[in-house]
Design a binder for this molecule. Structure first.
Ligand code: SIN
Length: 332
């Protein structure tokens, strides 16, 4: 009996020792973060910050690999790739979630937010936070919003008033609101991947596009567009997203630490975004490669009057209460 007991004790100790040994040598969890922009953009810098924080705080447990510039997946494929487990983190623009939820289309409505502070207030409000959850029924988890900034209009031709855009072809992200916005200008919208924009502009297959100062600068769109109208007519922000399967499968302590690192990285990225919307605009002006057009109050009002009727078309889809909450965020 005594012999039997000590054999059992030895076996238990051996199993315990082996399992601690195997966890000591366990492979770290690989977290692939895919995005489409350059590494020096707000999103690119947020991703690098996240990688660094994870390396510092979850050493040996998690390794972050970043795939920028659409190296691995374009935004139109990355959400599918998340669900298949081919990547684990992405942050597409809010305009690219149409297949997963129509509610995020609210963020594309032209002239909805007066400035980035209003967009931030709405995103952090109860209504804004509830929109993060709209992707959950499709197996995704919205971990937070991140800013890029306000969009500007660029074109071969100088755009002072909406009438100047008539008949021109503009590249847009895959959003029906953005399509309606350009149709309101009697222009032709073309949904094309971000990776194709430079070539489409360079070869004059399209006349113009809309984007933030940081994207126009980092992808050199200003080198192939003679004019950029400083219109601030819409928002280009992101949702950082993962798959429920991956996120819920993580050990609790790892998940908590990753979320903390991500929140800090987003706050850092938002600061970069605010700085870059000024410094990249200035760099573009200083380059003298393009003509940056500042609108008079009256000219801007014409853009608002032409584009804002688009809201009515999407009110039922995004919800009247949600729209009212977004409008209300313009007041501090
Ligand atoms: C991005 O900022 O992630 C890309 C935006 C675009 O497709 O224009």
């Amino acid at each position: 009996m005594k012999i039997k007991m000590s054999v059992l004790a030895l076996a238990t100790a051996a199993v315990f020792a082996l399992s601690s040994l195997s966890s000591a040598f366990a492979e770290p969890i690989k977290l692939k973060f895919s995005h489409v922009v350059a590494e020096n953009t707000p999103k690119g810098q947020m991703a690098t910050k996240f990688k660094d924080l994870v390396a510092e705080r979850l050493k040996g447990k998690v390794v972050v690999e970043i795939y920028p510039n659409g190296q691995l997946f374009g935004d139109n494929k990355v959400l599918e790739a998340l669900l298949l487990g081919d990547v684990h983190l992405a942050s597409p623009s809010l305009s690219k979630f149409k297949k997963y939820t129509k509610k995020l289309q609210i963020f594309d409505l032209p002239f909805l937010f007066n400035d980035m502070a209003a967009a931030e207030r709405f995103q952090q409000s109860e209504a804004g936070q509830s929109l993060l959850k709209t992707v959950e029924k499709k197996g995704l988890i919205g971990l937070g919003y991140m800013h890029n900034g306000m969009k500007q209009l660029s074109a071969a031709k100088a755009l002072h008033t909406p009438a100047d855009a008539k008949g021109l072809k503009f590249r847009i992200m895959s959003s029906d609101v953005l399509a309606a916005q350009f149709e309101a200008l009697a222009a032709t919208p073309l949904k094309k991947p971000y990776s194709e924009v430079f070539t489409l502009l360079q070869t004059k297959a399209i006349d113009g596009q809309e984007n933030t100062w940081s994207n126009i600068h980092s992808k050199k769109f200003y080198e192939v567009q003679d004019n950029i109208t400083s219109s601030d007519h819409g928002l280009l922000d992101y949702m950082v997203v993962t798959s429920a399967e991956f996120w819920k499968g993580l050990p609790d302590d790892v998940r908590t630490e990753l979320k903390k690192a991500l929140d800090e990285s987003i706050a850092f990225g938002n600061k970069v975004a605010a700085e870059k919307s000024k410094s990249d605009k200035q760099a573009i002006i200083d380059s003298k490669r393009t003509n940056v057009i500042e609108l008079s109050k009256e000219e801007r009002q014409k853009w608002i009057d032409t584009m804002q009727p688009v809201w009515k078309k999407f009110e039922a889809i995004v919800g009247k209460d949600m729209l009212d909450a977004a409008i209300a965020s313009n007041k501090e």
